[in-house]
Design a protein around this ligand. Structure first.
Ligand SMILES: *Cc1c(COP(=O)(O)O)cnc(C)c1O
Length: 390
């Protein structure tokens, strides 16, 4: 159990929290407040730490127009997963050259749609998909996603479903060339909120082998390495800061590629957006399951189905701030719906103040990413999670 009250100043500059709270105080819960200035700073910091990289923001993390226009104006590119995300970006004036189709699972007619709109860079991890791309998006750039290890140290793994083994990746790139596409590079995603930086070392090593073998055996010169997302946000489980990630990853690339430093793409979602958001909820009910139970249940008006799906298996542990301070007691934290799966934290022991009462507000820290976009439409009639922007 956490033995001290969560201190908001460990996560936000006082003026940032003041800005967020001023707006929050005028709204009815539940909702997320996104601080756009925090996203701007996160983007600028990323560019400083990886000056050689192009950033393709993973739109799924938070597809709000306010977020997308902020990143558009800062020069970001976009990793797009569906025709709907693409339409949204184009309607906001993002040029198709700044978009890549990063989903390896796609319909032939959706590939055609991207191509007709002007997108010329596609991810793939299978022969069937690359054949579809060759037909529907002739001449386009292709990068192949490879499988990586390290899911054990990522809080939200993304590895098993996507990617293929290196030998298959090479076959796909050769096939891409034979079908008139441009074999452009290799991508991977080491898992979201990856706390082991060594996961990039292993993955970059695999990419290096693919670059060399294709050059020697097939006369194909690849140009680009896509390092994926996986960079950290601030949650209860500590991760290194982004500058440590940048130093280490830059060194891994230099060690493997030497003077042939490849083009580098980053696809951050969580690390760019999470810290900008605070989800505000209200305590609906506090109860005990028996007269002698040592544990209180705190039910709040947000849950697994209204934005907190990443608490599945208690993967992501958001710091929770409440205004009342004082002695802490172990609690189970659950959502408002009529589904027993709607329990956020039960095994991990959260301590919340004993004097916490019905009607008090809870501030869920670092909830800018993967909350609103995951929120259900009307389970039990509850509307989707709202967001406000400062
Ligand atoms: C979700 C996703 C990302 C973003 O990952 P984060 O860990 O949130 O940074 C990047 N690339 C691809 C292909 C993704 O699916």
């Amino acid at each position: 159990m956490n033995t001290e009250n969560t201190r908001v100043e460990d996560f936000y500059a006082p003026e940032t929290f003041k800005r967020i709270k001023e707006l929050a105080d005028t709204k009815e819960t539940p909702f997320v407040v996104i601080d756009i200035a925090t996203i701007e700073t996160a983007f600028d910091t990323l560019k400083e730490l990886f000056p050689y990289a192009s950033v393709y923001y993973a739109v799924k993390a938070n597809p709000a127009p306010e977020v997308l226009t902020c990143l558009r104006d800062r020069g970001s590119n976009f990793d797009v997963a569906s025709i709907y995300e693409l339409d949204k970006l184009l309607s906001l004036g993002v040029e198709p050259e700044r978009c890549s189709y990063g989903n390896t699972i796609k319909k032939a007619r959706d590939i055609r749609y991207f191509y007709e709109k002007g997108v010329r860079m596609y991810a793939t991890d299978s022969e069937a998909d690359v054949r579809n791309i060759a037909k529907a998006a002739p001449g386009s750039r292709i990068y192949v996603r490879i499988l990586t290890e390290g899911s054990g140290t990522a809080d939200w793994p993304l590895s098993r479903k996507f990617g293929c083994q290196s030998d298959m990746a090479m076959d796909i790139l050769v096939l891409a060339r034979d079908l008139g596409l441009e074999p452009y590079g290799v991508s991977f995603h080491v898992g979201s909120q990856q706390r082991d930086i060594g996961a990039w070392d292993a993955a970059i090593g695999k990419v290096k082998v693919i670059f060399e073998r294709l050059k020697e055996e097939d006369n194909i010169t690849l140009k680009m390495v896509n390092l994926g997302g996986g960079f950290p946000a601030n949650y209860i489980n500590k991760a290194n800061t982004l500058d440590v990630y940048a130093d280490e990853i830059t060194r891994f690339i230099e060690e493997d590629f030497g003077d042939d430093f490849p083009e580098i793409i980053l696809e951050p979602g969580r690390s760019l957006i999470s810290n900008s958001g605070i989800l505000v909820s209200e305590v609906v009910l506090i109860s005990r399951k028996s007269h002698t139970s040592l544990q209180r249940w705190v039910f709040t008006d947000v849950g697994k189905f209204s934005g907190l799906i990443e608490t599945l298996d208690e993967c992501i542990k958001y710091p929770i701030y409440v205004e009342k301070q004082g002695e802490l007691e172990e609690v189970v934290i659950a959502g408002p719906t009529c589904d027993s799966a709607d329990i956020m934290y039960e095994h991990y022991k959260y301590g919340l103040p004993l004097n916490l009462a019905i009607g008090d507000r809870m501030y869920w820290i670092s909830t800018g990413a993967y909350t609103t976009s995951y929120s259900s439409i009307e389970f039990n009639g509850f509307p989707p999670l709202k967001s406000y922007f400062v």
